[in-house]
Design a protein around this ligand. Structure first.
Ligand code: S6P
Ligand code: ZN
Length: 209
């Protein structure tokens, strides 16, 4: 792909306005993900089926702004996760590794509150809160999923190498090891294995804001 340059780049891509109220990049088209697109993502399968019966609600939208797939180019998109839950689990994105594993990404919070569930295949995992005006660095070779822990839409911009690509299958197979749930005093983070096999010793971590 030829390099986008000052001469070729459309002005609306050179300087893009983020509409934080509507959660859009004006001029760009959003891809919507509804509950039915997220089969297998939520821990509580019965709650998922019940939620689906109640209506195939919109869970999140992604609007891709510029996709510069030339060597050294960057792409970016605006994600908006709606407020909501399936059982106690907050609405989330599918999540992915980058197909080019080494490709890192920067997330910048635009409005609302949520965070990123991160993990790698070396056994590290973490929930990192992300609010408006905050930035989270997603290192390379790290699967990432966004979660809305608030009660208004959570929007953020993700900026990543244009050649990153997306690999959804590798993380979908076993799903993320951490789940983010509504607790009595706000969001809590648990290991999926503890959630599926609850015992008094299950580790519950508070998702510090
Ligand atoms: C792209 C970046 C985000 C996600 C968005 C939706 O690399 O990480 O723009 O695409 O958060 O998530 P997902 O997992 O459905 O692509
Ligand atoms: Zn990504």
């Amino acid at each position: 792909m030829p390099r986008e340059g000052l001469r070729t780049l459309a002005p609306e891509l050179l300087r893009q306005r983020i509409d934080a109220v509507t959660g859009t990049l004006p001029g760009a088209k959003a891809v919507d993900r509804h509950l039915s697109d997220l089969r297998g993502c939520f821990a509580d399968e019965a709650a998922y089926e019940a939620a689906l019966e109640g209506g195939d609600e919109l869970v999140y939208s992604v609007t891709t702004g510029l996709e510069d797939e030339s060597e050294g180019g960057l792409s970016y998109g605006l994600g908006v996760v709606q407020p909501g839950r399936v059982g106690r689990e907050y609405y989330l994105t599918k999540g992915h590794y980058h197909a080019w594993r080494e490709a890192a990404e920067v997330y910048i919070g635009v409005s609302g509150a949520g965070g990123l569930v991160l993990e790698n295949d070396e056994g590290a995992e973490q929930f990192v809160p992300l609010g408006a005006g905050e930035l989270v660095y997603v290192p390379g070779a790290t699967a990432h999923r966004t979660v809305n822990t608030g009660d208004v839409p959570f929007s953020y911009v993700g900026i990543y190498p244009g050649q990153a690509g997306h690999d959804y299958a590798s993380i979908a197979e076993d799903n993320f090891r951490l789940v983010v749930l509504a607790g009595p005093d706000g969001p809590v983070v648990m290991n999926r294995s503890d959630l599926l096999d609850p015992s008094p010793t299950a580790t519950i971590r508070k998702a510090h804001a």
